[in-house]
Write a protein that binds this ligand. Sequence first.
Ligand code: SF4
Length: 229
Amino acid sequence: MPNLPDNPIFDITRFTTTDFPDRLACVVWFSGCNMRCPYCYNPNIVREKGTLCESDLFDFLRLRQGKLEGVVLSGGECTLYPHLHDLCETIKAMGFEIKLDTNGTKPARIRALVEEGLVDYVALDFKAPQHLFKSLTGSAEYDAFHESLTYLIEADVSFEVRTTVHPDLLHVKDINAMIEELHGLGYKGTYYLQHYLHVEPTLGKTAPPSKAFALESLIHPIPVRLRNF
Ligand code: SF4
């Protein structure tokens, strides 16, 4: 039996119809993150320790077999959890499909999960273009993110790229540069733009947007879909 970290899970959302496409699912929120996005509205998840251990999750899932179809592994950043691979094996053996929400900074872990068929859907956050990545994430992991992006574009797994848009932090020219990059890399899926929803407190005390995002100036060489605009 591996030596498991105490309580890696911050919380579990028991039921969602919107977080895993076409699946009834729960959401497992892992504590801890290697980014510090100023607009993050989950500062407690990022900074604090979890409250639930793997056994708590498995007890919960045992009672949902035949009721829920999927488990969303989110956070925080779930790929930081060192025993994620074994956890996914157990969840799959219980009959659930798995969606991974990730910032993409652990490409080797993502690759291993995909290649072993342990995840069914990946939602990858494209936080910012390279020149803004550090200031918008507090992280110098753009290259690792990009490795995940290029891998997932070629991989045989359902996959989406998404960006949270705060109109004061990411401008139309930035989003258009990200769209161009995805197009140039051969991304064939839909690019989801999620409007920033102001929920206090944010990690970096980010102010509410001072202006609307100029949607009419977006380019569309790939499908772009809006959420919450
Ligand atoms: S928004 Fe940023 S800081 Fe918050 S959990 Fe996601 S990656 Fe981490």
